[in-house]
Design a protein around this ligand. Structure first.
Ligand code: HEM
Length: 202
């Protein structure tokens, strides 16, 4: 194979992030559908329920954002956590912090955590649409919907930086599988939160 052909083939290969996205398309669609079925932007009560789910997710994610080894791999990671913004949103709306999600937790070590981070960081992309809907409830990125806001650098730029960092990591094939499973597990975690919410609301 000539170098040119090799380069072309490499360029044609989907990136790690493109593969994860394709692999978790159904997971995302399911979550998207279930969140919209909650009608989170119909009124502030529903939005408060959604915020409670976000609290549980971001609380479980918090240790990952602050893990030393992950920050060494992904510089600036700890600044990406939106947990404090979710807490501030709950405070804005006068809502108590929900109960701890309990025994279920994100993994404490290994490349699965990268998959969980992908899901959490990616969720800030869809948040652009959710933020627009939140405006109808009198909320914005300075009150009640802070966690849906864009980073000061710009939402797209902030995401692309993460994509670049994650794509740049050297992982062996087993780690790739574990990472991908981590992404599925993170979506599953959110899915379970939605199921629990449905039971409570019924
Ligand atoms: C009703 C709720 C949601 C809607 C409408 C929604 C919508 C979207 C949209 C439109 C995008 C693509 C944005 C773009 O490419 O510019 C996106 C990306 C993404 N969302 Fe959501 N989302 C929702 C909830 C969630 C939740 C709760 C999670 C995580 C638990 C999540 C995880 C992701 C991920 C990981 C991506 C990035 C996909 C990629 O480009 O690799 N989303 N979402």
């Amino acid at each position: 194979m000539t170098t040119d052909t090799a380069t072309r083939l490499t360029q044609d290969q989907p990136t790690r992030l493109e593969r994860i996205k394709a692999n978790t398309r159904d997971d995302h669609q399911q979550i998207d559908d279930m969140v919209m079925a909650m009608k989170p932007f119909d009124n502030r009560d529903n939005y408060g329920r959604f915020l409670g789910l976000q609290y549980c997710f971001h609380a479980v994610m918090k240790p990952l954002y602050h893990a030393d080894d992950l920050n060494a791999l992904i510089p600036g990671l700890s600044d990406r956590s939106r947990f404090d913004s979710v807490c501030a949103d709950l405070g804005d709306l006068g809502l108590p912090l929900p109960r701890d999600p309990g025994a279920i937790a994100a993994p404490h070590s290994g490349p699965a955590r990268l998959g969980w981070l992908y899901v959490c960081e990616g969720s800030n992309l869809g948040a652009a649409f959710l933020l627009k809907a939140a405006v109808k409830l009198g909320l914005d990125d300075g009150f009640g919907a802070r966690h849906l806001g864009a980073h000061d650098d710009g939402r797209g730029k902030h995401w692309r930086q993460f994509v670049q960092q994650l794509n740049g990591l050297v992982l062996n094939p087993d780690d790739e599988i574990v990472l991908r499973q981590g992404a599925h597990d993170a979506f599953d975690f959110f899915h379970n939160l939605l199921i629990m919410d449905r039971k409570v609301a019924a």
